[in-house]
Write a protein that binds this ligand. Structure first.
Ligand SMILES: [Zn+2]
Length: 87
């Protein structure tokens, strides 16, 4: 059953490769990952209330959306993306 181990290793390698390309932003022009963030300005924020009932129950989550400006170190293209962070 050695082939099963090889298959699992290949599958894991594929998942890791897929995850690393997915989580890291890429340049939409040339696909380079040599990019940097040149600006990050908050757009708006909203609060989400979670009620669990009763006094003192529940909590409030704040979601802030930012307009992030990226610049490519390869082809110098720049683009913007809106991201939402909750805390
Ligand atoms: Zn580029």
């Amino acid at each position: 059953m050695a082939w099963l181990g090889i298959f699992i290793i290949l599958l894991l390698a594929f998942v890791v490769a897929w995850w690393s390309t997915r989580s890291r932003p890429k340049c939409p022009e040339c696909g380079s990952q040599k990019i940097r963030i040149t600006g990050k300005e908050p757009q708006d924020f909203r609060t989400v209330d979670y009620h669990s009932g009763g006094p003192g129950g529940g909590y409030t989550s704040v979601q802030t959306s930012y307009k992030v400006t990226y610049r490519c170190g390869q082809c110098h293209a720049s683009w913007q993306k809106t991201i939402t962070e909750s805390r």
